[in-house]
Design a binder for this molecule. Sequence first.
Ligand code: HEM
Length: 147
Amino acid sequence: MQEAEIVMLEESFAEVVAVRDEAAELFYERLFVHDPSLRAMFASSDMKEQGRKLMAALSLVVGSLRKLDTVVPALETLAIKHVGYGVRDEHYATVGKALIETLSLFFANRFTLEHRRVWTLAYETVATVMIAASNTSGVRELLRRSS
Ligand code: HEM
């Protein structure tokens, strides 16, 4: 991604961090509207904890783009952890949709088409690495055997 696009993401991410609890509430509300079955996956945390985890996820998305090569191993480890949570490939699109809706509701008319394009590209870049990692090295088979 271009430097100007990454700076745009960093600036909007900083605004989201400032209201993390509200952003998390909105995000999970949108996520569970699209797929109520995902509720069970997040059942154990309260909203503060959820907010912290959402910000960790977004920080990883924004922070990975300048050094994708070096963060790929960490993303792969994270992806394998996600397989263990029960995350399937199709859930990545649902989370991406809920993320864009959350940003769009939060920023309202300040969320330009360019913001939408850049956030979508960033999320899809990281999600693609994670999905690929979940499907290599017999990860699913190993988890199936160990459960
Ligand atoms: C680009 C995509 C994603 C990124 C960067 C990401 C990142 C993260 C991070 C950093 C954590 C915190 C890990 C920890 O504290 O141990 C986390 C937790 C989690 N993520 Fe993701 N995630 C992504 C997509 C997804 C998707 C598609 C799902 C499925 C709906 C999902 C479900 C979860 C769950 C269930 C947890 C644990 C929550 C808990 O312990 O309460 N994530 N994710």
